[in-house]
Design a protein around this ligand. Structure first.
Ligand code: C2E
Ligand code: CA
Ligand code: CA
Length: 240
């Protein structure tokens, strides 16, 4: 199944998007986390069909619930990014659903950029031509080359929870994250802070001029049913 974790604007408190996160509900072992089963999907090659299934679930969710102006981000495995038939699947699924393509975003990690720059650039360009956006996930944990950031069509960077976690108490981390925010502003790239768990961290992010936050402070990943309830309550609050 898919779960949906809200992403919230620091400025307005509005829900700007959801990250879609896969779960495997196994009869024998109960709920299994993606860190365990995604590597198995990759090893067995099932990631291609399951990756398409994730796209169809997210697109259906938007269409069936008539959701507008909220972005759903989908995690991509490195293998999927070498597969241009995936782009066609995305294009056809979005077109036949009638949803706005800018409501779908793809999250890639930097390991992918390093593997095959030209192929990855081609895939990102194709996704943009459909009207989808691209987020660079887990930013700050690996070896991101600034050169890649300058040359690739990245719309958003997601600052990793390992950096965000202690910015209220660790001056070095705070300086690094501040530099990332300044850099992304300069490049015209938006930012999302992952793993925000406390009010103290949120206060630092607001002071830095952070844009969007995602984390347990606001909500854990929600079931489809609860994500709809979340959006309804936000709507009600707006109209109240
Ligand atoms: P990720 O993309 O970095 O996803 C964020 C993870 O951080 C999620 O774990 C989420 O539940 C967790 N998280 C969110 N807020 C907080 C917080 O405030 N504190 C802490 N400590 N954790 C927080 P999850 O759902 O277990 O996903 C783990 C990883 O599995 C994801 O990391 C992603 O790389 C992968 N994954 C999930 N769904 C998919 C999918 O559909 N396709 C692919 N290829 N990978 C997926
Ligand atoms: Ca992600
Ligand atoms: Ca992440």
């Amino acid at each position: 199944s898919l779960q949906y974790q809200p992403q919230i604007s620091c400025l307005t408190g509005v829900t700007t998007g959801f990250e879609t996160l896969m779960r495997w509900n196994n009869k024998k072992h109960g709920e299994i986390q993606p860190d365990i089963f995604v590597p198995l999907l990759e090893e067995t090659g099932l990631i291609y069909s399951v990756g398409e299934w994730v796209v169809s679930q997210a697109v259906d969710f938007i269409r069936v619930n008539n959701i507008k102006d909220v972005i759903f981000s989908i995690n991509l495995s490195a293998l999927q990014c070498n597969d241009l038939t995936f782009v066609n699947y995305v294009r056809n699924t979005i077109a036949s659903s009638g949803i706005d393509p800018s409501q779908i975003e793809f999250e890639i990690t930097e390991s992918l950029l390093i593997k095959d720059f030209d192929k990855t650039k081609l895939l990102l360009d194709e996704m943009h031509s459909i009207g989808c956006t691209i987020a660079l996930d887990d930013f700050g944990t690996g070896y991101t080359s600034m050169n890649y950031l300058a040359r690739l069509p990245i719309d958003i960077i997601k600052i990793d929870k390992a950096l965000v976690h202690k910015i209220d108490v660790n001056n070095n981390l705070r300086s690094i994250v501040m530099a990332i925010v300044t850099m992304s502003d300069g490049l015209g790239i938006r930012n999302i802070f992952e793993g925000v768990e406390t009010m103290a961290v949120l206060a630092v992010i607001k002071k830095m001029g952070g844009e969007v936050i995602q984390g347990f402070l606001f909500s854990k990943p929600l079931s489809a049913h609860n994500a709809v309830k979340w959006l309804d309550s936000v709507d009600t609050a707006k109209h109240a």
